[in-house]
Design a binder for this molecule. Sequence first.
Ligand SMILES: Nc1ncnc2c1ncn2[C@@H]1O[C@H](COP(=O)(O)OP(=O)(O)OP(=O)(O)O)[C@@H](O)[C@H]1O
Length: 496
Amino acid sequence: MTNNGPPDGRRTDGRSFEVDIDDVLDDEDEDDGDGLFDDLLSGEPIFENKEVLRPSYTPHELPHRNEQINNMATILVAALRGETPSNILIYGKTGTGKTASAKFVSQELEKTSRKYDVPCEVEYINCEVTDTQYRVLAQLANKFIDQNRAYVDERVDELEDLHTAARDDRAALDDTEFDSPREVQNRIDSRLDDKEDMEEVPMTGWPTDRVYSTFFDAVDYVERVAVIMLDEIDKLVEKSGDDTLYNLSRMNSELDNSRVSIIGISNDLKFTDFLDPRVKSSLGEEEIVFPPYDANQLRDILQHRSDTAFKEGALSDDVLPLCAAFAAQEHGDARRALDLLRTAGELAERDQADTVDEEHVRHAQDKIELDRVVEVVRTLPTQSKLVLYAIMTLEKHGVHNINTGEVYNIYKRLCDEIDADVLTQRRVTDLISELDMLGIVNAVVVSKGRYGRTKEINLSVPIEETETVLQADSRLGDIENVTPFVQARFDGDGKD
Ligand SMILES: Nc1ncnc2c1ncn2[C@@H]1O[C@H](COP(=O)(O)OP(=O)(O)OP(=O)(O)O)[C@@H](O)[C@H]1O
């Protein structure tokens, strides 16, 4: 249709993209094909539409989640009948499709509510980002205030039409609640006054009571069922207790026009142990569990997505089964499986290969694992970083099967170097166990016969990357050369 139009930049059609760029280069009289990007553009593209593999993409189909989706729909259909749906708690490990399924059901719910003109809205909040009572209530209040303003505008438009019609002919008011154009005008004025009073909640500064009452009034301004979806609800409880949930769950007894129902999503099965029993029973009226996917299910999910994500014939036969098998080994995480497939495709593209094959998947698995480690190490607290620095330094000097005393000695020297507090050896032992749990070191207890038992510690991640990440920390970057004191302890043992 738009042959002459500018390239839209989307990679849904690699060919037309390529042609457009060539045109541009020709126009500018460039050399034939040895610019920086020419090589990269010349290969057959692997991807048809890579966006489909990104976490932000919402799939239209969610294989192997029919049961959970139907359960949710059966509970939420009450909203379309004008009743209050039960609150729902959704549990399951990360990447099991909880958010994707809940969002899919909400979209369908809103779509149907528009079709039958039943007022029902779903508000989504990610509690990892919005993690205090103030922020949750403020965000909700402002969303409802926006909707109320739009509602007032629509009503005022309708009333103004009626007002004009009634001034020409009184009969226009026959089937309405108004007896005169004056009454219509009064109603218009009162709606506009309401709109004037709808003050948005600032992101800080108000007393919580005021935020709550503003939210309450905003929800109750029109008749509707409001479904509030709190994703990562455990983070909210962890950070700021259960007050928000307590307030939300008892609202219905006080609301006049509207009804509120809550969907909580969590990957921590135990978080309800910390809730007030009243909140716990109200929130958990219905519980839906999302089990991990097995390798076959992951393969189906990948198959669905890869059909639109990749060019035909770009995947060799063993790619999908291998991605599925790797992700199933983790804990049946679809996000991990999709990441793996996307990264494998990107690596193939970088190699300018015609197809993605097994080797790219294995490479991608290593790369993702390394990225994870780098991220975990980067976000460790300083004391853990110092302990890890000590272990890494010893390994770097050829010391393996390190014991806690050795780590502690180097750790103390490092603390001196950067003026950090020195923790007790017992605390350092705990930090080593935490590093072990994170998979960064491997610490095994070995028996030394009559000398008792000791821990043997080894680094389980590559030294070079670990060192780079640790040194990128501004405090640890100050550590000068630690070789002399390592060598003093292990004389002759640790020459590089
Ligand atoms: N059955 C499925 N079919 C297609 N894609 C899926 C399916 N299940 C999960 N996904 C995809 O996997 C990724 C992770 O899913 P989602 O965010 O829903 O997981 P989650 O259970 O909410 O995880 P978390 O607890 O970490 O938030 C998303 O990109 C989602 O689209």
